[in-house]
Design a binder for this molecule. Structure first.
Ligand code: MN
Ligand code: MN
Length: 335
């Protein structure tokens, strides 16, 4: 992301990496956005589903679902949101210092700089139509902005309960929460070297088109050799120093180093592993355009295949193979 130009406005900034910049990434567009305290990403909607992870601070999100049910929530570091395609939403940085987050669209050609904006539609609708639509005089619309706002500095909202009360005119709320506290959720895999937390439509029911794995690897640890049978993996490195190797047919293998703010991409079914090569915790998030998270662990496969068969392939004693982890530990060493 550090090579992507920032679009800076009063209230915040954003930069994005689409398939135009990162050719391999045909399933996901990534957006890194910062909002000030009170900074508003204006009310808008778009063609793609929007998934995001908070990396700093606090943000208030509003959304209206397709059945007209409003939802307002505050999110903090480690939390996710998900807005189905076409559902209008807004984001606003809260105190004391706003927020930063990473958005993923389920389309490598989506653009955060080209969305359906409330202010654009108003400015491109005749005032007499606005008057008829809203049942008020045309003069009411004399001062609407003629250029879109996109991101702008606003005033801090009141407390969450007040906003929720203000929008709940019918008392109806969406049946599936649009936020999920991934960082605070129980790990799906855990060892002394790290853990893996999963959010997909199993536990984050609204997220039917994007699944994610938040991976923490302690110094010296290894995110075990594995692959994903159902989707490409789009990675965002949150903190620490990583070295990833991807194994492809050929045979071809490529090794790259990653630092905070970098993006990685692994095509579906290609084997890979990620080492923590720093002296602090490594954390990254893998995002998949799929309703469910799926992975196949190399050691899990080889310990659930007849040992004599594996031994003949690798010229390794069956007694040694018997010591390999057979529980898909996620991050090694496990003890
Ligand atoms: Mn959006
Ligand atoms: Mn992976």
């Amino acid at each position: 992301f550090n090579n992507a130009p920032k679009r800076v406005q009063n209230g915040g900034w954003a930069r994005q990496v689409t398939q135009a910049d990162f050719a391999i990434s045909d399933t996901i567009t990534g957006v890194n956005m910062r909002l000030t305290a009170g900074g508003i990403r204006e009310l808008h909607w778009h063609q793609a589903a929007e998934w995001a992870v908070m990396t700093y601070g606090s943000c208030r999100v509003t959304v209206l679902d397709a059945a007209g049910r409003p939802y307002v929530a505050d999110v903090n570091e480690g939390d996710l949101w998900y807005f189905p395609a076409g559902q209008l939403h807004s984001l606003q940085g809260l105190g004391p210092d706003g927020c930063e987050f990473v958005i993923c669209f389920d389309d490598g050609d989506a653009s955060e700089f080209n969305t359906l904006l409330l202010t654009d539609w108003f400015a491109h609708t005749p005032p007499e139509v606005l008057a008829k639509n809203f049942g008020v005089p045309a003069q009411t619309f004399a001062k609407i902005p003629l250029q879109n706002l996109w991101i702008f500095q606003g005033t801090l909202p009141g407390d969450l309960a007040s906003d929720r009360t203000a929008v709940s005119k019918t008392g109806r709320v969406p049946p599936h929460p649009v936020i999920f506290r991934l960082g605070a959720s129980a790990p799906a895999k855990e060892s002394k070297s790290g853990d893996v937390r999963i959010a997909d439509s199993n536990n984050f029911t609204v997220a039917t088109r994007i699944a994610a794995a938040l991976v923490t690897v302690r110094p010296g640890g290894l995110r075990e050799m594995h692959w994903h049978p159902n989707a490409d993996e789009w990675q965002y490195y949150i903190k620490g120093k990583a070295r990833m190797t991807v194994f492809d047919t050929g045979p071809n293998a490529m090794t790259m180093d990653f630092n905070a703010g970098d993006i990685g991409y692994v095509k579906k079914n290609l084997g890979h592993y990620v080492e923590n090569v720093g002296d602090t915790d490594l954390q990254f998030i893998g995002v998949f355009k799929a309703p469910r998270y799926q992975e196949i662990s190399l050691s899990d496969w080889l310990t659930h295949t007849p040992a004599a068969l594996v031994a003949q392939h690798l010229n390794i004693d069956e007694a040694i193979i018997a010591k390999w982890p057979d529980n898909g530990p996620g991050v090694m060493p496990h003890s």
